[in-house]
Design a protein around this ligand. Structure first.
Ligand code: ZN
Length: 163
């Protein structure tokens, strides 16, 4: 809940500071949350938010497509062939090596492109993916430092004036 409030506070300040972006503010037709969309989609009423609804809708659509595809005879044939091929290749080849990844970031990966688009709109220039990730890491570090500072202050205060 705190996160949603913080998010709306940011949207409100964008609304005040960047009147040109007001037409980009839109509402998710699924969950109703407000978000900024790309200017090319401004004014559309059929958009879904980048916080999960869009991805869920895409998944549903592709499930429906593949279900329809596999219903017909040709699909069944292809599916059998594909499964046979999969069985063969998994029997033969060794398992793929585990990719070397950073420990999973504390933010949902799908919001990164959204943050990138919004930052680009706000700054009026293309912002790179690396810049967005650096920004997120910096924000997280500051958030953690502020939390530690608050805790230390409270501890110091309790130490000075025991209850
Ligand atoms: Zn939504």
């Amino acid at each position: 809940m705190g996160l949603v409030l913080a998010y709306y506070a940011v949207l409100r300040s964008v609304w005040r500071a960047q009147p040109a972006l007001r037409r980009c503010l839109t509402r998710c037709r699924h969950c109703g949350i407000f978000f900024l969309t790309h200017p090319r989609n401004a004014g559309r009423k059929d958009l879904r938010c980048p916080f999960g609804c869009r991805a869920a809708h895409r998944r549903r659509q592709s499930d429906q497509r593949s279900a329809a595809y596999y219903r017909d005879e040709v699909g069944q044939e292809k599916k059998r062939a594909l499964n046979a091929k999969r069985r063969q290749s998994s029997a033969r080849s060794p398992p793929p090596p585990l990719p070397l990844l950073e420990p999973s970031p504390p933010w949902p990966p799908r919001i990164v492109p959204y943050i990138r688009m919004v930052t680009s709109l706000l700054e009026g220039r293309p912002v790179s993916l690396a810049e967005v990730l650096a920004m997120l890491r910096r924000a997280l570090r500051q958030h953690r430092m502020a939390r530690t500072r608050r805790r230390d202050q409270t501890l110091g205060w309790l130490h000075a004036q025991p209850p």
